[in-house]
Design a protein around this ligand. Structure first.
Ligand SMILES: C[S@@+](CC[C@H](N)C(=O)[O-])C[C@H]1O[C@@H](n2cnc3c(N)ncnc32)[C@H](O)[C@@H]1O
Length: 512
């Protein structure tokens, strides 16, 4: 399957990708008539138990990849890109395939896409010998399972995704000169033709070209929720919050996420880190308005770099870093990070404070907080104390009443601003979830306010695009705060504005 010069996108690899796609969908989703959004706009999580919804695609895909250790790096990358592309465009792809009756299970069916298992020069998947599948019986079983379960739908989605990749690659090759950027290792975002980088197109290129052309023309005729591959309810709420900006915003949400890192100021300046990365062959660019952020091309294996082990940087979206900038913390401050999670913002706050002062990192999830400990060590931070709390009624919170100069509430939210990074979220979220988050955010804010000293500052942040979790919450807060409270900042970052995830933040000062 693998040619000396690189990866050949073969029918067998496409079969693996379909199996991986099946693995990232919630159990039972593949048996449903619509994988991504039913005609009523409901996504596949409706009627599934909560735990099915709660395992994100990156974890599911990571698990699948670990079970397939013999796949090569390029195969894994191509496969992951296809799975994520289908998660991004799932509703549109699926609607198109259904309307065109493309059935890769019938020879020559649909738009001349032949069944992957009868591909040129390849044995039928069901007859792939264990060693030919390179993963023995498990591999063959996996392929058979794909054939049995998905009635051609998953393979059809992967075919269409590959068609779109080839179309985009050809367009790039025509419009831009060959690029020398060695750091770009993924098939999705390279400049020039993919062939330059060792990805060989599918052998049925003519059929895929026809498919991609038909799809592009068809897409332009579709209503926005299909065009932008969103459940109807989510498109409506994005429209309600952003009005005329909504289509551009929704289009940005379909792009792959950027790779942003935060330079740890305790180790050195961003320019110094940029040089270290360049010496390792990685091009990193500063991000406008966010002094600690560097943006890299593609998805390089950053955790393997010595600078990562030495605590020079952490992976963190630029918008997330900008929220910390607006907290305005100084050396020696007393800070409570109320929803610290694995401590992305805790670490950034500590660096801003030059590791002087005190930070209490709260969260209700021990598993998340425990991931912070090694990060603190790596970063050289020793001013943080973690505390797992039992929710907002935890009696231990009373100890910190009136204590903090700053309380950051990086609230649990729908995550609708992170759809570029987590496209599976749009299929897992339900309107009820947003209502639940809205209530929880209010409870947390009320608990957080009690911890501020007079003159202290509350910063409320979400990675949501929805008014329910942002503007409406601020309106609610205004109505509850007594006289003297001052709104000192409010800002929304939108995807496309500076390339990263979407964020919202607002800051309030308690009367002195
Ligand atoms: C958006 S995440 C935090 C991300 C984190 N601040 C970072 O920058 O990496 C929200 C966090 O809120 C936590 N959470 C949920 N309910 C909570 C509560 N009642 N009190 C404190 N934390 C809570 C969740 O466990 C989750 O880790």
């Amino acid at each position: 399957m693998k040619e000396e010069s690189g990866l050949r996108v073969s029918p067998r690899l496409t079969g693996w990708a379909a199996d991986a796609l099946l693995a990232v969908l919630p159990d039972g989703a593949a048996d449903r008539p619509a994988l991504f959004a039913a005609p009523d706009g409901a996504s596949f999580s409706r009627s599934l138990p909560a735990w099915h919804r709660s395992t994100p695609a990156d974890q599911r895909l990571g698990f699948w990849l670990r079970r397939h250790p013999l796949l090569g790096a390029r195969e894994r990358r191509w496969l992951s890109d296809r799975v994520y592309d289908v998660l991004r465009h799932g509703r549109a792809y699926e609607t198109f395939l259904r309307q065109y009756s493309i059935d890769p299970g019938s020879p020559g069916g649909g738009n001349a896409i032949r069944p992957a298992r009868a591909g040129q020069g390849d044995a039928p998947l069901s007859s792939v010998p264990p060693d030919g599948g390179r993963e023995g019986t498990a591999g063959v079983q996996a392929m058979q399972r794909v054939q049995a379960v998905q009635e051609g739908r998953l393979l059809a989605l992967i075919h269409l995704s590959e068609a779109m990749r080839q179309q985009a690659s050809a367009a790039r090759a025509q419009s831009s000169p060959p690029c020398q950027d060695v750091s770009r290792q993924d098939g999705e975002q390279q400049c020039g033709a993919d062939a330059q980088h060792g990805i060989h197109p599918w052998h049925e290129t003519d059929a895929l070209t026809t498919l991609a052309g038909d799809y592009t023309r068809w897409l332009a005729t579709q209503p926005p929720a299909v065009r932008f591959s969103l459940p109807d309810w989510l498109w409506q709420r994005i429209g309600a919050a952003h009005g005329e900006q909504a289509p551009a915003l929704a289009a940005h949400l379909l792009l792959p996420a950027s790779t942003d890192i935060r330079c740890n100021l305790l180790k050195g300046k961003p320019a110094a880190l940029q040089k270290l990365l360049a010496a390792a062959g990685l091009a990193a660019e500063p991000v406008a308005e966010v002094p600690t952020a560097l943006r890299l091309s593609g998805r390089p294996a950053l955790a393997r770099l010595p600078q990562f082990g030495q605590g020079w940087f952490e992976l963190q979206d630029a918008g997330s870093q900008a929220i910390v900038d607006t907290c305005g913390v100084r050396r020696g401050a007393r800070v409570i990070d109320f929803c610290a999670g694995a401590g992305g913002k805790t670490l950034a706050l500590a660096a801003r404070m030059r590791n002087q002062g005190q930070i209490l990192a709260f969260d209700t999830e021990e598993a998340r907080l425990s991931r912070l400990t090694p990060r603190l060590t790596r970063a050289g931070v020793d001013i943080v104390t973690t505390l797992r709390i039992d929710g907002c009624d935890d009696p231990r919170l009373a100890r910190y009443q009136g204590w903090a100069d700053l309380v950051l509430v990086d609230a649990p939210c729908s995550g609708s601003g992170t759809l570029r990074r987590h496209p599976d979220l749009k299929w897992r979220l339900q309107p009820d979830d947003v209502d639940h988050y809205q209530q929880l955010q209010r409870t947390i804010v009320l608990a957080a306010l009690r911890l501020l000293r007079p003159g202290g500052r509350l910063v409320y942040a979400t990675c949501s695009l929805l008014a329910d979790e942002n503007a409406q919450q601020m309106q609610w807060l205004v109505e509850r705060l007594g006289a003297g409270w001052q709104a000192t900042a409010q800002r929304a970052w939108l995807p496309g504005e500076q390339g990263g995830d979407a964020f919202f933040m607002a800051a309030w000062e308690k009367p002195g």
